[in-house]
Every structure is written in C-alpha cells, then in structure tokens.
Design a protein around this ligand. Structure first.
Ligand code: MN
Length: 205
C-alpha cells in the first residue's frame, strides 16, 4: 500500500493535500511521527511514522491509549508522502477523506532494535514517542491474519508507564497552530462537518 495508492485516490486540483514528493532518507535528523485528528465521515486519528522516505500510516478510530495495557484497533492504510506530516486544513466535500484535519501531535520517535521497516514487516513495533502531547512507550502488533485480504489490522497497546490523560483543551488543540477543529474548519470555509466535529469535543475513551 504505497504512495501510488495515495495519489490514485486524490484529485490534486481540488484538494490542498500535498501531491507527494518522496524524499530519500539519511539526512541525519531523527525520524518523525505525526498524529492527525481527522473529522471525516467517522472521526479518527491518523498515526504516521516516517520510514524509508514515506509515512507508514494507521487509522486509529479511538486514538492512542494512555493507560498501560489498554489497546486500540489500528488499521494500516496506504503510505503517505512525507510532506503530508504538515498538512492541516480541510479536504473538500466529495473528495477522498473529506473533512477537517488537525496536526494533533508530532515529534520524533525511536524503535527498539533500530530497524523500523523491519519491525513493520515482522508485525511488531516497540515505539518510544517524543511528542508534544504523547511521550513514552507504545507497541503496535499486527493481528493474526492481518496480512491477508483488505487492510492489515493491528492493535496499539500502551506499554511502559501510564500517561496522564490529556485535558479536553489539549485534546482539541493543534500542536502547530493552536487551533481547534472548529477554527480550522471555519477558516477554510467548511461548515458541513459541524456534526462530526461536535462529537470530537469528547476526549477519546
Ligand atoms: Mn484519515
């Protein structure tokens, strides 16, 4: 599920999402993670890890767990181009993934064993996130049969210590622009997704 699939789903004359340059890795900086909160037809969080010049991506309907042992479904989706990590705005109605996108958290990450792409292939990724909101350890495990037809299903667990739950304000604030989903949507002239956004005020549980 590569960037080709990402491009095939989108009309770049309509959406402001990046058309996608694939950069080569190896410039010496730490690998980046991003979590985008996405008020599409169903609210979800898109969890993305930079590796091999793209963003490996999972849709996490309830967001990442904060209590040790808690686990959440994470559905692997197509790789996204690296510059998608900075995308915040609205995807127009009728387009793939229509709705408002917020950069909910970002920072660097590390993987136990230092081989992120190998860990993805093996189906177990032990992560340490150094985000602005999320700091600490999580583990992603691909479910049995998760490599078969359709999108691979994974579980994401909180490993290591519990994380203090976020305030509802932090839950609904962009780490790059301090805006709420409502502000992002209204500044882009998109009002159709008010219903979905209203639901998102509740922190994920
Ligand atoms: Mn999404």
């Amino acid at each position: 599920m590569g960037v080709k699939e990402y491009k095939a789903k989108r009309n770049f004359t309509r959406t402001q999402e990046p058309a996608g340059k694939v950069r080569s890795p190896g410039d010496g900086r730490a690998a980046l993670f991003v979590i985008q909160k996405h008020a599409a037809s169903h609210l979800h969080y898109d969890f993305r890890l930079e590796m091999e010049g793209v963003l490996k991506s999972w849709a996490v309907p309830k967001g990442l767990p904060v209590r040790r042992g808690e686990r959440r479904l994470a559905v692997q989706v197509e790789d996204h181009p690296l510059d998608y990590a900075h995308f915040e705005g609205t995807i127009p109605p009728g387009s793939y993934g229509a709705g408002t996108v917020m950069v909910w958290d970002t920072g660097s990450y590390e993987v136990a064993g230092d081989d992120p792409a190998g860990a993805v292939r093996k189906g177990k990724i032990q992560l340490t996130l150094h985000g602005k909101k999320l700091k600490g350890d999580w583990t992603l495990v691909r479910m049995r049969g998760g490599e078969g037809e359709g999108k691979p299903q994974w579980l994401i667990f909180k490993s290591g210590a519990d994380l203090k739950p976020l305030s509802s304000r932090a839950e609904n604030t962009s780490v790059i622009t301090r805006r709420s989903l409502e502000q992002i949507a209204s500044q882009n002239g998109l009002r159709e997704d008010k219903e979905v956004i209203r639901e998102t005020r509740k922190p994920a549980s």
